[in-house]
Design a protein around this ligand. Sequence first.
Ligand SMILES: Nc1ncnc2c1ncn2[C@@H]1O[C@H](COP(=O)(O)OP(=O)(O)O)[C@@H](O)[C@H]1O
Ligand SMILES: [Mg+2]
Length: 289
Amino acid sequence: MSAHTTTEDRTAAIAPPLLEVRNLVVRYGKNTAPAVDDVSFTIGQGETLGLIGESGSGKTTIGRAILGLVPVASGRILFQGRDITQASAAQRRALRGELRAVFQDPYSSLDPRQTIGQAIGEPLRVAGTSRGDRLSRITAVLDAVGLPAASAARYPREFSGGQRQRIAIARALITDPVLVVCDEAVSALDLSTQAQVLNLLASLRERSELGYLFIAHDMAVVEFLAQRIVVLNRGRVVEEGTTAEVVGNPKEHYTRVLMAASPVPDPDEQARRRETWRALRASAATDAA
Ligand SMILES: Nc1ncnc2c1ncn2[C@@H]1O[C@H](COP(=O)(O)OP(=O)(O)O)[C@@H](O)[C@H]1O
Ligand SMILES: [Mg+2]
């Protein structure tokens, strides 16, 4: 090992993680159970953390808390070492370029009257970037997500679901973020388009130190992209580990049930999985009784 490597290692050890969520609690109502209950995890620079759990387990709420879209009841959220738990609107605006989001349904988030170029360039326009710089960035980011430069002059209705998801990704990337929260970003797409968009997300990560919080209910999708996985059940973390650990040797029955529920392309395989899923659910019901 050279002295240079040692210095780098030391720097890496000192640099704070990209994101740190500590004992996060989020409540929607006073008398209901918290939607997110004492959740902690860390995302390193350039790392993809998969967040998985059944519907209603609190995944979206965690993403929204990180993005400042729901109030935090207790706990802390640190972004690159800075406490953003109670960030003001102005502080949130300052974070907008570094911390971005891609949601499930890009159609509803794209204004039908805005061209793709206007939609993608919006964050730069807000930041005061000149028109010339904007246009060259738009072209570059369209290219990065595999869309022709001419797409900039067209409207959302002219694109397929998969293309619109690429547009949403382009809009997230145009500010050169360090962390993108992807909430069910491929869930609405058919399997082959899912694979394309997942490959795209993976290749974008390779080119820069981009980290993802990758939220999905489908283990097959999470397994593809995530280096580590956090499993959520009723607002709580029930299992956490590297993807190999969680997928290869799940500790929790709940995790095995989630894995058995993953849709797969082969219908026979899918039927087998569905059978497994049914059996696991039946045994879970017996356990609970
Ligand atoms: N705006 C809201 N108002 C009240 N309850 C909500 C709201 N959003 C989510 N919840 C509840 O919080 C829990 C977690 O929801 P959510 O974070 O959307 O889960 P997931 O994304 O894992 O499906 C669920 O019980 C859900 O019903
Ligand atoms: Mg959700």
